[in-house]
Ligand binder design. Structure first.
Ligand SMILES: Cc1cc2nc3c(=O)[nH]c(=O)nc-3n(C[C@H](O)[C@H](O)[C@H](O)COP(=O)(O)O)c2cc1C
Length: 386
């Protein structure tokens, strides 16, 4: 029996990922910032929200698709940018991109990925989006964006919640660093996970060498290989001018990621963004951030009529997608759920997670009596009155 045969829900994929990955990698991928309040709240808020069933509806003619940035997708989801995918599986970004392409949904490559944007552009078909952060060395970050543009990436995401970095105490305890450094604790952790050493780290070492952030300029890649882990610092001088500047150099759809209130949403759209992602980085940034599903209505009320509102953080089930769309999101982004999938079984694992979410979504749409996503609205939601 393979790992996938035991996976019937995202929780099962998470458990398979936990068994397979070194603790440092698993915790980096799975956990939240600081006290992990936002991580828990994202999931709890989805669970608090209930759906009203409507039966005796003819469900024989259903279509779960929608249009996103001018193109149709069969189910309203896309894969979120996650810098760690290449440590969950050898060239995990490629596995995710291929699974997404097979499912007909977009894949977002994180600038912090291990697999380069050139490799993704060459070896993965389908819709490819690119995400980046604005660094203190702004020009270097903008050069990366121009590379992505020249390679034909379709949509650009700029993630704006990183000025002061993140506090992840569990990584201080377990010895895992990003970029990777081979300290004694991480080496001991790897020894306990020989399948990962052989299948992921070993494959890198035997082929391309120690994993590097391949999209970064050479000076940052070299520092990693020399053993002193140095990452480009994020800018502490962010302003909406950065979004205006991006608007001038990026010809395609531009999306601002990490919006949690109406004011920021309006600013983003006024600066030329074509979309916003209501996101608290999956509970990995501000620990006291509200759940994204709870602030979605405020953002939709502010900009929903003039921009594409996406949502992420906490989506673990197809019913969560129904809830997000009912409150006005056009689609959701999936972060950890597909990471669990690749950690368990590479492309096949991600494909199974995507299939699972699509099936759950379709079934829950049926339960609320909707045949098209356009039929969804707040009327399908039920909130307890206390
Ligand atoms: C391990 C990990 C790495 C991430 N790396 C990035 C990144 O490089 N850039 C970015 O914009 N968001 C990053 N994110 C955030 C995701 O894009 C997304 O907002 C989040 O995972 C959604 O929450 P979910 O994991 O609950 O689905 C990362 C998330 C995780 C879990």
């Amino acid at each position: 029996m393979g790992a996938l045969d035991r996976c019937f829900d995202v929780k099962d994929f998470r458990e398979a990922a936990r068994r397979r990955l070194p603790r440092g990698v698993f915790e980096f991928m799975d956990r939240g910032a600081e006290r992990e309040l936002a991580l828990a709240e994202n999931i709890a808020a989805f669970e608090r929200l209930k759906l009203k069933s409507r039966f005796m509806v003819d469900l024989s003619d259903r279509d779960m698709g929608t249009e996103l940035f001018g193109k149709r997708i069969p189910v309203p989801l896309a894969i979120a940018p996650t810098g760690i995918a290449g440590l969950c599986w050898h060239q995990g970004e490629l596995a995710l991109a291929r699974a997404a392409a097979a499912a007909g949904v977009p894949f977002t490559l994180a600038s912090a990925s291990i697999t380069s944007m050139e490799t993704i552009a060459r070896e993965a078909s389908g819709r490819r989006w690119f995400q980046f952060y604005i660094w203190q060395e702004e020009e270097l970050a903008f050069q990366m964006v121009e590379r992505a543009r020249d390679l034909g990436f379709e949509v650009l995401f700029v993630t704006i919640d990183t000025a002061l970095g993140r506090t992840r105490e569990y990584n201080d305890r377990n010895g895992f660093t990003d970029p990777i450094s081979l300290n004694a604790r991480f080496i001991a952790d790897m020894m306990l996970h020989p399948r990962w050493v052989a299948g992921v780290m070993g494959r890198y070492l035997l082929t391309t060498g120690m994993p590097r952030h391949e999209n970064y300029p050479p000076q940052y890649q070299q520092r990693i290989t020399r053993g002193s882990a140095v990452a480009p610092a994020n800018s502490v001088r962010l302003s909406w001018d950065h979004v205006r500047r991006l608007r001038r150099i990026w010809p395609g759809p531009l999306v601002v990621k990490s919006i949690l209130n109406a004011d920021d949403a309006r600013q983003a759209v006024d600066c030329g963004a074509d979309g916003v992602v209501v996101s608290n980085h999956g509970g990995r940034a501000l620990d006291s951030a509200p759940a994204t599903i709870d602030v979605l209505p405020e953002v939709v009320a502010a900009v929903g009529d003039r921009t594409t509102v996406l949502l992420d953080s906490g989506v673990r089930h197809g019913s969560d997608i129904v809830k997000a769309l009912a409150l006005g999101a056009k689609a959701v982004l999936i972060g950890r759920a597909t990471l669990y999938g690749i950690a368990a079984a590479g492309q096949a694992g991600a494909a199974k997670v995507l299939g699972l979410l699509a099936t759950q979504f379709e079934k829950n749409m049926g339960y609320v009596g909707c045949r098209r996503v356009s039929e969804l609205g707040p009327h399908v939601l039920f909130r307890r009155q206390n």
